[in-house]
Design a binder for this molecule. Structure first.
Ligand SMILES: NC(=O)c1ccc[n+]([C@@H]2O[C@H](COP(=O)([O-])OP(=O)(O)OC[C@H]3O[C@@H](n4cnc5c(N)ncnc54)[C@H](O)[C@@H]3O)[C@@H](O)[C@H]2O)c1
Length: 269
């Protein structure tokens, strides 16, 4: 997600600084952005000089303090509450007064994350969809703690990126994932019951609902670890047994099969 968000911001004309924990991680991200922009040029969708300028505006660092020139920072690390909380606290101490801090979390409570910082009024959610480069929607999540100016700055950033924003209260799963993930979880349970195969369920939801991809292909695209984390958060919020994560999802994540990013999930790539 980080590479996609960086690419969107670069094409919108922003200077982007990406902080990775390792030089290797930073190099991988630049390679991803460069490859994706190169594909746009090959397809005739982007002038090569625009790609070159965008890449000149991308710098990477492994030092958090190097983000301190920014007016907005978006964290997009692994969907884990402890890691995000720790990172937001650190960002709060390095980001200048007047800047805003956003999280790309898929389901974690933005209010809880904001309250981990000393300035919760400048924390909100800016939730991109996968792939960020092509999906038009961004959810702007407004925790009760956020100031009006934070939300306005977030909405202005999303508009500048050419995306359509929806403003949503900080409820579990926001809009899209609250509606989407019960369906994805139920698709796995349907397969487990033996109603139909993975391929047939994918085919059915494409042909029967005009969805661009079936539930298993989508779970693999999102990443099974991220998907499990989202479903666990929704389950914890509802407390309903019906929302418990499907067994095969838990098993695949335990085995390290995380979807497209590891080459195997419900499908093999
Ligand atoms: N995958 C999706 O479809 C999707 C869509 C929207 C939002 N999100 C959200 O975006 C975030 C990232 O998801 P992803 O799919 O890119 O996950 P991913 O597992 O593909 O990537 C996470 C990256 O974060 C890095 N990382 C982990 N801890 C870190 C830390 N403390 N500091 C710096 N880097 C760290 C990892 O090395 C990895 O490169 C999550 O919050 C997720 O919920 C994901």
């Amino acid at each position: 997600m980080a590479a996609g968000i960086a690419e969107v911001a670069l094409l919108a004309g922003f200077e982007v600084v990406v902080r990775s924990r390792t030089e290797r991680g930073a190099a991988d991200l630049v390679a991803q952005v460069s490859k994706s922009l190169g594909k746009r040029v090959e397809r005739g969708k982007l002038e090569s000089h625009v790609r070159d300028t965008a890449l000149q505006h991308l710098t990477t660092t492994t030092t958090l303090e190097d983000l301190s020139r920014g007016s907005i920072v978006i964290e997009s690390v692994v969907e884990d509450y402890e890691q995000k909380m720790l990172l937001l606290r650190q960002l709060d101490s390095v980001m200048p007064v007047g800047s805003i801090i956003a999280t790309n979390t898929s389901t974690l409570s933005v209010s809880d994350l904001a309250l981990a910082t000393l300035q919760p009024d400048r924390v909100c959610g800016i939730h991109f969809f996968n792939p960020a480069t092509t999906m038009p929607l961004v959810e702007v999540i407004r925790p009760a703690t956020a100031s009006q100016s934070t939300i306005e700055a977030a909405l202005a950033f999303v508009a500048a990126c050419g995306k359509d924003a929806v403003l949503v209260r900080d409820d579990p799963g926001f809009i899209v994932n609250a509606l989407l993930f019960p369906y994805l979880n139920n698709a796995i349970k349907m397969m487990e019951r033996g109603t139909a195969s993975i391929d047939d369920i994918d085919t059915a939801m494409k042909g029967g609902c005009n969805f661009p991809m079936g539930p298993f292909a989508l779970l693999d695209l999102v990443g099974l670890d991220t998907s499990l984390s989202i479903i666990e958060t929704l389950h914890a919020a509802s407390g309903k047994d019906a929302d418990r994560p499907a067994e095969s999802l838990v098993r695949l994540v335990g085995e390290g099969h995380l979807g497209r990013k590891t080459g195997r999930g419900f499908h093999t790539y």
